[in-house]
Each structure stands twice: as structure tokens, then as C-alpha cells.
Design a binder for this molecule. Structure first.
Ligand code: NAD
Length: 469
């Protein structure tokens, strides 16, 4: 069994305590992960602080070169990292949206982000004076990540922060710490000491990072409830925050769609990573005139998907990652049936063993049904009929979440006019959840604060300094 270490100041750090990381497919122990003390956390923060002056004084192009070196070293070790992801997270290694896809996406993301610039903006240059707007790094950025896409989400946090001259501390989820620990170790083989550091342990480390006076920004991806805690504990030291929180994305299918043709796109929009994806479709609204056909096509397509251990040949979806999430999914599906939902496929489990939950589709009339109103974050999709587009938009917006949404139609202009009325940060047309590195991504309402990706995401890691002469 491989030993995992924290990395601080370029050195591997061992801890007195460890915690166990289990494979959700088999319940077997994958490894013991280091459990840092708060004293160790302080010294890790100090190492990031010490590395900041030198890292921030490099030129942008020197840091671009370092980011490309990170992409290279991850590429050279991508298979190893993908195996760790599959062992601790459960997503299949060979599936088109599995762990090789996750590490491949992370590498592509790093390379694209490395091409972004932060040029000085000249706001005025005339006989009355010159005003230049510069972007300066914030200092030390803490990245706190969830368990669904451990490597990809960490890359989303780390790369823009490093590129703009900040040093970083990563705290992965206690459910999936190993791939992040290995990735940070690899990054340290190409970066100066202290620029990127890792810390693992319990949730208390996240809380300690959020109110630590030597941390300048927290970039947090996780649940809305925890995001609110991060925001309140960051208040004392007025930290910069980017919060990417829970979603309950709606998809709206217009009556002009061909049910057979859209079934694969609808399925993968909802079930990518077994539904354990912030921007997965979590509610599907279908015009009543084609409702039955869409339910049938989606059910038939879903039946063709193989669920299994992530190392099993042909497995496209794995288990739910942890018991807590499994119980949420099972409870919401049970409640949805008790409140009138009709199971089309799968359904609630009475005496579940293990973490495999069947792909579940539920036909639901009532928009207030618990499976519609709450984020299930798992392999269960409610399908709700509507009669008018106005009704569909009102139902889609009748939720605290506002991360993403989608409209499905052969009439792109009509779809775009509906998109404009959806209360969410991203709207896809004829696809769902396809985040990309050049398109700023973030939630509104309870789904978050600020954006990641693209120029706007990069600049969220900087302070503005104006020089007026
Ligand atoms: P979570 O909120 O339970 O945990 C996320 C991280 O926060 C973990 O690293 C955890 O250790 C840490 N943490 C726990 N308590 C903390 C505290 N008091 N202060 C600081 N950090 C603390 O979320 P999760 O269960 O790991 O992930 C699932 C949730 O994440 C879902 O709601 C999902 O929608 C959301 N998510 C959102 C996005 C997005 O981009 N919007 C992406 C992925 C996941």
C-alpha cells in the first residue's frame, strides 16, 4: 500500500495520526491518509507565505512556463493518478467520462489557462495624466475541494491562483484526499519550494483555513451549507472568496425535439459521474406533447448503461462515493415515490448493501416533490411535464439554486430567448453541464459567489492596483 504525505516547503511531511480512505466500489481500504494537526497547518501556511515574495516577483511568462511544466508532469503520470481517482472516488477508469477523462481534462485546463494574460490596462493617457490599472497577486490562496471530481476541481482552483503569482495550500475532501496528495507531490517536482502545499485531515482544517489571518483568499467548492460557514468565518479577516456551491439544474425540453435523438445528451447531462456533479441536470421538464416518448427513450437509453466497479471492463458509471450521499439519494427517491412519483427505472432500495445505487428515473407531476426541490447529487432524475413554456420557466426558477440550466430545441433562437429568463450562471442549449476553460462559470442565488475560468476567473485571484501619474 502506498504511503501518502503532506507537502510543505517542498518536503514530504508525515503525521502522527492518519485516517482511512476506502474504495466505494469494494469497501476495501485504499490507504491511510495523513491527518494534520492545527500546528502542522500553521507551519504549512507559513511555508506558502515564505514562498510568496519570490514566486510573485517572477514574470508572467516565467509562471506560464511553470504551469506548462505542471501539465507535462501530470501527463507523464496520468495513468497512475487516474487509478488513484478510480480507487478512492469510484468513477470508472476507462469510461468516456471517467477518471482518465478527469485527469485529461485537468491537463488540458492547465494548458489553456497558461495562455491567459493579465495585461496592464491604460485607463487614461492625456495631457492631464496617465492612469494604469495593474493586477497584483493576493498572497496565499487556500483551495478547499469536494469528493466528486477531486483532481479536476483542484486544478480549477490551483492553476489561476499560481499563474497570477499567489502561492497555494490545497485541502481536499477527507473522502478523496489521495489523488490530490499525489498530484501536489508531482507538482513539487517542477515548482519552487513552498509554492504549492497540501494539507489533509478533518473538516476542522477547512474551518481553520477559512479564518486564518495569513490566508488571503479561499476558493471553495462544496455544499451551500459549508460555503455559508466559509463565508462567515472568512469575514473577520475580510478574505477574498470564490464559492462554487450546490446546484439543482433544470433542463427544459421544447415540443419540437426528437425524443430518440436527445436521449443520450439528456442522459449524460444528468448522469455524468453518477449524477455527482455540481452542474449535472437534476430536474428535467418536458413538454406534455412528447413527455411519454421522452420518458421511454431516456429509460431505454439508461438501460443500456453498464454500472460497475471502476476497473471492470465496460463499466460506464460507478458507485455513489460515500454512505452519506447514498442515504440522501435513497431518502429523496423514497420520499418522491411516497408523494406521488412513478418509478420508470431503478427506484428506492429497502435494505441496501454497498454503495451501488440503480440508475433511477421518476415521473413526477408536482414541482414541490422532494426529489425536484432538493439537490440529490446522485443517479436519480425526476422528469416533470409542463404545458406552456412560461410554466416551465417558472418551475425551473422556483428553487434557491442557480448554477446551470439547459434548453433543448431545434430552434436555437427560441432556446436562447428562454435561456435569458432562467435564473442561473450558465445555460446550455442542446447539452448540459459542458463546462469549458474559456467560459466563466459560477452560480447565482444559493449556488455561489464569483466565477472561475476564463479571464474573469483568473482576475478573481488578483487585487487591482492603479498607478496615477
Ligand atoms: P462539503 O461542503 O461537505 O465539503 C466540501 C469541502 O469542505 C471538503 O473538503 C470538506 O472537508 C470541507 N469542509 C467541511 N466543513 C468545513 C468548514 N466548516 N469550513 C471549511 N471547509 C469545510 O461538500 P461535498 O459533500 O464534499 O461535495 C458535494 C457538494 O459540493 C454538492 O452540494 C455539490 O453540488 C457541490 N459542488 C459544487 C460545485 C460547483 O462548482 N458549484 C462543484 C462540485 C461540487
Amino acid at each position: 500500500m502506498k504511503n501518502y504525505h503532506l507537502i510543505s516547503n517542498g518536503q514530504a511531511i508525515t503525521t502522527l495520526d492518519t485516517f482511512k480512505v476506502f474504495n466505494p466500489s469494494t469497501s476495501e481500504l485504499v490507504a491511510e491518509a495523513p491527518k494534520a494537526t492545527l500546528e502542522q497547518l500553521n507551519s504549512i501556511i507559513q511555508s506558502a507565505r515564505d514562498a510568496f515574495p519570490q514566486w510573485s516577483s517572477l514574470t508572467h511568462s516565467e509562471r506560464q512556463n511553470y504551469i506548462n511544466k505542471i501539465a507535462d508532469v501530470l501527463e507523464q503520470n496520468s495513468e497512475e493518478i487516474a487509478k488513484i481517482i478510480t480507487k478512492e472516488q469510484g468513477k470508472p477508469i476507462g469510461a468516456s467520462l471517467g477518471s482518465m477523462f478527469e485527469i485529461g481534462g485537468a491537463i488540458a485546463w492547465a494548458r489553456y489557462t497558461a495562455t491567459l494574460e493579465t495585461p496592464v490596462k491604460v485607463l487614461q493617457d492625456d495631457e492631464n495624466g496617465r492612469v494604469e490599472l495593474h493586477r497584483r497577486p493576493l498572497g496565499v490562496v487556500a483551495s478547499i475541494t469536494p469528493w466528486n471530481w477531486p483532481v479536476l476541481i483542484a486544478i480549477w482552483h490551483i492553476i489561476p491562483a499560481l499563474l497570477t503569482g499567489n502561492t497555494v495550500i490545497c485541502k481536499p475532501s477527507p473522502y478523496t484526499p489521495l489523488s490530490t496528495l499525489r498530484m501536489i507531490e508531482l507538482m513539487n517536482s517542477v515548482l519552487p519550494k513552498g509554492v504549492i502545499n497540501s494539507v489533509t485531515g478533518g473538516d476542522e482544517l477547512g474551518a481553520a483555513l477559512s479564518n486564518h489571518p495569513e490566508i488571503n483568499k479561499v476558493v471553495f467548492t462544496g455544499s451551500t451549507a459549508t460555503g455559508k460557514k466559509v463565508m462567515s468565518s472568512a469575514a473577520d479577516t475580510l478574505k477574498h472568496l470564490t464559492l462554487e456551491l450546490g446546484g439543482n439544474d433544470a433542463g427544459i425540453v421544447l415540443p419540437d425535439c426528437d425524443p430518440e435523438a436527445i436521449a443520450p445528451g439528456l442522459f449524460w447531462g444528468a448522469f455524468i459521474n453518477n449524477g455527482q456533479t455540481c452542474a449535472a441536470m437534476k430536474r428535467l421538464y418536458v413538454h406534455r406533447s412528447i413527455y411519454d416518448q421522452v420518458c421511454t427513450s431516456l429509460t431505454n437509453f439508461a438501460k443500456s448503461i453498464k454500472v460497475g466497479d471502476g476497473f471492470e471492463e465496460g463499466a460506464e458509471l460507478g458507485p455513489v462515493q460515500n454512505q452519506m450521499q447514498f442515504d440522501i439519494v435513497n431518502r429523496l427517491v423514497k420520499q418522491s415515490v411516497e408523494q406521488g412519483g412513478k418509478v420508470l427505472l431503478g427506484g428506492p432500495l429497502d435494505n441496501p448493501k454497498g454503495l451501488f445505487f440503480p440508475i433511477t428515473l421518476v415521473a413526477i407531476e408536482d414541482n414541490q416533490n422532494p426529489l425536484v426541490q432538493n439537490e440529490q447529487f446522485g443517479p436519480a432524475l425526476p422528469i416533470i411535464p409542463y404545458d406552456t413554456v412560461e410554466e416551465a420557466i417558472a418551475m425551473a426558477n422556483d428553487n434557491d439554486s442557480g448554477l446551470g440550466g439547459s434548453v433543448w430545441s431545434t430552434d436555437k433562437a427560441k432556446a436562447a430567448s428562454i435561456a435569458a429568463k432562467l435564473e442561473c450562471g450558465s445555460v446550455w442549449i442542446n447539452k448540459h453541464g459542458a463546462v469549458q476553460p474559456n467560459s466563466p462559470f459560477g452560480g447565482i442565488k444559493s449556488s455561489g459567489l464569483g466565477v472561475e475560468f476564463g479571464e474573469e476567473g483568473l482576475l478573481a485571484n488578483t487585487n487591482i492596483q492603479c498607478i496615477l501619474s
